[in-house]
Design a protein around this ligand. Structure first.
Ligand SMILES: Cc1cc2nc3c(=O)[nH]c(=O)nc-3n(C[C@H](O)[C@H](O)[C@H](O)COP(=O)(O)OP(=O)(O)OC[C@H]3O[C@@H](n4cnc5c(N)ncnc54)[C@H](O)[C@@H]3O)c2cc1C
Ligand code: SF4
Length: 472
């Protein structure tokens, strides 16, 4: 039998693609191959972790010793462990080269993605502010979480630039989720308040005549005949199996998509290249008088003062996140909450020197990362002091602590199958179709040609909805 669609992986990229595909072509036959297990909500709480399969054992690293790459392998992928931050990218993020002369443009623009951002926000039930610093029609599906006192003061000082964080942590219950109660352990949310594929989109993976889900199925290669993808070979219970499909979708994240492409004979010069993610520093500021930690969720405020504009010619855009929970209280009498704990997240420029390679003995992916770009480092060297100067408007500052080293990981794996309208400068096109192998779609943040400070998963979801909408 030939399936209409074969989907590899069950994270954001795959699940939003499959959702739209089934909406457009309800009767089609779909095979879903997932390497991990079905670790349900209660199983995860009991294990104290998101997956029974250790992700660190599935790849190796070289280059910068402190760099790490985080992800979850299992039904629902990274939606199990993510923190639920859902800002959109800005229009200028898609035009980094043409607007600012650095990095690469996307072959699509904000307006192409806007309707799918809206749809993804509805499926996720995003809680967020009415007025965002990017164009959007109408309100978010759920009201924003309460701001902390510190956030409210910042919003007064920087109107339109300090806003409530849009998030997949529910401010109102849904049929599948409870309300976020701001305890701040969102990687394993004990009340199931954040969106996961397996709470809001679980019905996708119900056994039906249409969808066949195979767990413990490690995809090994795309079968390619005459320049077309004709199916998939995978390993299950120690045996190698294969199936034919009219269309193949790879949604295994930016480490495993390029691994499988390379094992399938894809010799595009950019396959695996431009591995990157944002670079960040934690900042803790103690004030004489402010009211931190009394907001309604984990991260409550976002600062866009250093995000957009001409500074991007010289340094990465910066997004500032305010960590309302878990409360990191001061020990000074009467000033327990006069503190703000923030993260300064800088955009990185994808560079060819950082790449996913194949381990010659095991065929596992090797994440080779030499360093963050000077563009990101310059932003992290300059923005903190400029930002601290702005913070004196909140209340006199008593103490400042800032990390001396860039954090090992943001949990975002970006690049390695980059998108371009020009096959010479990309692996996939604007609909994430492989340039050299027909009938093959490669989803996820691997396709991002640039790495702005914005968290990637809402954009991953919107790209998949757009691609499936066109291709189905
Ligand atoms: C701690 C943490 C916090 C995060 N917080 C946020 C956040 O707040 N906001 C945000 O936007 N993003 C966040 N992220 C990032 C987010 O998790 C990823 O962007 C997202 O999961 C990527 O989606 P994806 O579908 O491309 O890949 P994944 O979600 O990683 O899914 C890949 C799927 O493929 C499967 N798979 C892998 N290899 C194979 C194989 N060989 N065969 C078959 N199946 C395979 C996996 O099991 C998984 O189901 C966070 C990540 C981490 C680790
Ligand atoms: S803050 Fe708490 S309740 Fe809210 S999503 Fe995170 S862990 Fe869940």
């Amino acid at each position: 039998m030939t399936y209409d669609l074969i989907v590899c992986g069950t994270g954001f990229a795959s699940s939003f693609f499959l959702h739209k595909w089934l909406e457009k072509r309800p009767g089609s036959r779909v095979l879903v191959l997932e390497r991990g297990a079905r670790d349900d909500f209660w199983d995860q709480l009991e294990m104290g972790k998101n997956s029974s399969l250790e992700s660190a054992s599935l790849f190796s690293k070289s280059g910068l010793a402190t760099k790490d790459w985080l992800f979850t392998v299992g039904l629902g992928g990274g939606s199990n462990c993510w923190w639920g931050q859902t800002p959109r990218m800005w229009p200028e993020d898609f035009q980094l080269f043409s607007r600012f002369g650095v990095g690469h443009d996307w072959p699509i623009g904000y307006d192409d993605l806007a309707p799918y951002y809206e749809e993804a926000e509805a499926l996720i039930s995003v809680a967020g502010p009415r007025d965002a610093p990017y164009p959007r029609r109408g309100a978010c599906p759920q009201p924003a979480h309460n701001l902390s006192g510190f956030d409210r003061r910042m919003a007064e000082l920087f109107p339109g630039e300090w806003v409530a964080a849009p998030t997949a942590r529910a401010s109102q219950p849904t049929d599948a989720r409870g309300v976020c109660c701001a305890n701040g352990v969102c990687g394993l949310c004990p009340v199931d308040a954040k969106f996961r594929v397996m709470n809001e989109l679980a019905s996708l993976y119900d056994e039906t005549d249409a969808v066949e889900l195979r767990l413990g199925a490690e995809v090994l290669a795309v079968n390619v005949e005459g320049g077309r993808a004709t199916g998939i070979t995978w390993s299950e219970n120690g045996a190698e199996r294969s199936a034919r499909g009219e269309l193949v979708f790879l949604g295994m994240n930016a480490l495993f998509n390029p691994q499988v492409l390379k094992l399938s004979g894809d010799d595009s010069p950019l396959t695996g290249r431009r591995l990157n993610e944002q670079a960040s520093l934690k900042l803790r500021v103690d004030f004489t008088d402010t009211d931190g930690f009394n907001g309604g969720s984990h991260i409550t405020g976002l600062g866009y003062m250093f995000y957009g504009g001409e500074q991007r010619r010289d340094r990465g855009s910066v997004l500032i996140e305010n960590y309302n929970a878990p409360a990191q209280l001061r020990s000074d009498r009467g000033k327990w909450t006069s503190r703000a704990v923030m993260k300064i997240v800088a955009e990185n420029i994808p560079e060819d020197r950082n790449e996913v390679r194949l381990d010659e003995e095991t065929n596992q992916p090797v994440a080779h990362f030499e360093d963050h770009s000077e563009y990101a480092k310059r932003a992290l060297a300059e923005v903190p002091s400029e930002f601290i100067d702005q913070l004196t408007g909140v209340s006199p500052i008593e103490d400042v602590r800032i990390d001396s080293e860039i954090a090992p990981s943001e949990g975002h794996i970006v690049g390695t199958t980059v998108m371009s309208g020009d096959p010479a400068d990309g692996v996939v096109d604007g609909l994430m179709r492989h340039h050299r192998i027909a009938n093959l779609v490669v989803g996820g943040s691997g396709a991002f040609p640039s790495g702005p400070g914005t968290n990637p998963s809402l954009t991953i979801a919107a790209l998949s909805l757009r691609s499936a909408s066109a291709l189905a």
